[in-house]
Write a protein that binds this ligand. Structure first.
Ligand SMILES: C[S@@+](CC[C@H](N)C(=O)[O-])C[C@H]1O[C@@H](n2cnc3c(N)ncnc32)[C@H](O)[C@@H]1O
Length: 352
């Protein structure tokens, strides 16, 4: 169990992963009840305070420090707030932090603020922290840099082994764990922490368990069920949603992700639909909805799970975990994993 730092991949950079706040990108539709913006580094799409960053700041370090420093720089935790930034996996065991600032930042002040942060959090001792920050480099942005940070260069979202692309950053070929998601007005572009937590939980689950029948409850764009379909070619996925736009979007995404008829999206409210009961028992249920319906579904859902099946729920805040835990424990499930990104949480349960 543990926290999942925000990780994203970057198409134009060296192969690898990146956590970042992209520059001046419109929010994806957040869904009916989710906030338009959340402050998770992995999930948020924050507005650019300045449309024109003038300086880029870079530093290479370990993954832990890179992710933490990139978060601090883009979440306004220190005296400067980058317009955009992130942490890139350079593929050689090191990570690069990159931050775009609206104006030049005093390097000494920035270094001291970051030293204080990482020393304060026990991530480094003072000496090594100072040595590390002394290696940072800041330079003015030239015209050529804009091609690098424009919309076309937005990195895909990464969670676990999955990478989620949109049309704007679609790679020439998709790897098996890559998804192409057109969000339309359905929820599930991958930007939201709850989706990323679900993907991370899914990745961990699939790595350790055979999975043949999956229910993706509240499928939105189909992102979670399609992620299973991409990496588990023998798995049947029933994806349901109460919103017809979601079902249409999931169906379109099914086609563009080439998963054939193993993924089926149906319009259904909750679990009463006979097609859901007919497809049971499931050995994995994914449900990124909201705490109230998730608690309500505990009664009808657990009997649809096979013995040994897993349930990954998301869409809840950290403070709402206890309510979910007790609802599902009361139905006999065991909590096996807990994840969070900032205030968002996800829980993985198992039926004995
Ligand atoms: C937060 S979105 C999750 C979308 C996607 N699964 C993801 O992880 O990004 C929740 C979805 O659940 C759907 N939903 C809400 N209540 C539902 C219900 N009672 N039955 C089925 N779907 C529901 C919404 O329409 C929405 O598409």
């Amino acid at each position: 169990m543990g926290n999942l730092p925000g990780v994203r991949s970057s198409a134009p950079k060296p192969p690898g992963r990146k956590t970042r706040r992209p520059l001046a990108r419109a929010d994806k539709p957040p869904g009916l009840t989710f906030p338009a913006r959340c402050r998770s580094s992995a999930a948020s799409v924050q507005p650019s305070r300045s449309p024109v960053p003038t300086h880029v700041w870079r530093l290479t370090t370990t993954r832990t420090l890179a992710v933490r420093i990139a978060d601090a720089l883009t979440d306004g935790e220190i005296f400067v707030d980058a317009d955009a930034g992130g942490a890139f996996d350079l593929g050689d065991g090191t990570w690069a932090i990159e931050a775009y600032f609206p104006e030049a930042v005093d390097p000494t002040d920035l270094a001291e603020a970051l030293v204080e942060l990482i020393v304060g959090e026990g991530l480094a001792a003072v000496g090594p922290a100072r040595e590390l920050l002394a290696r940072a480099n800041q330079r003015p942005l030239g015209p050529a840099d804009w091609t690098e940070i424009g919309l076309d260069a937005l990195p895909p979202i990464a969670a676990g082994r999955f990478r989620v692309f949109g049309e704007h950053n679609r790679p020439p070929t998709l790897r098996r764990a890559d998804l192409l998601i057109e969000a339309s007005t359905a929820f599930g572009s991958g930007d939201h922490a709850s989706t990323q937590l679900s993907l991370a939980g899914l990745d961990a689950h699939l790595a350790a368990h055979p999975t043949t029948r999956v229910l993706d409850l509240g499928t939105g764009t189909g992102i979670l069920g399609l992620a299973v379909a991409r990496v588990r070619p023998a798995t049947q996925i029933l994806a349901s949603d109460v919103a017809s736009v979601a079902v249409l979007t999931a169906e379109r995404n099914r086609r563009i992700n080439g998963v054939g008829d193993r993924f089926r999206a149906i319009l259904a409210d909750g679990l009463a639909d006979p097609r859901i009961r007919a497809a049971a028992p499931f050995d994995l249920v994914l449900a990124n909805i909201l705490p109230d319906p998730l608690c309500r579904f505990a009664g009808p859902l657990v009997p649809l799970m096979a013995p040994g099946a897993a349930l990954i729920v998301a869409g809840l805040r950290v403070g709402e975990q206890a309510r979910l835990e007790s609802a599902y424990r009361a139905r006999g499930l065991h909590l096996v994993a807990r994840r969070s990104i900032k205030e968002w949480a996800s829980l993985t349960f198992r039926r004995p």
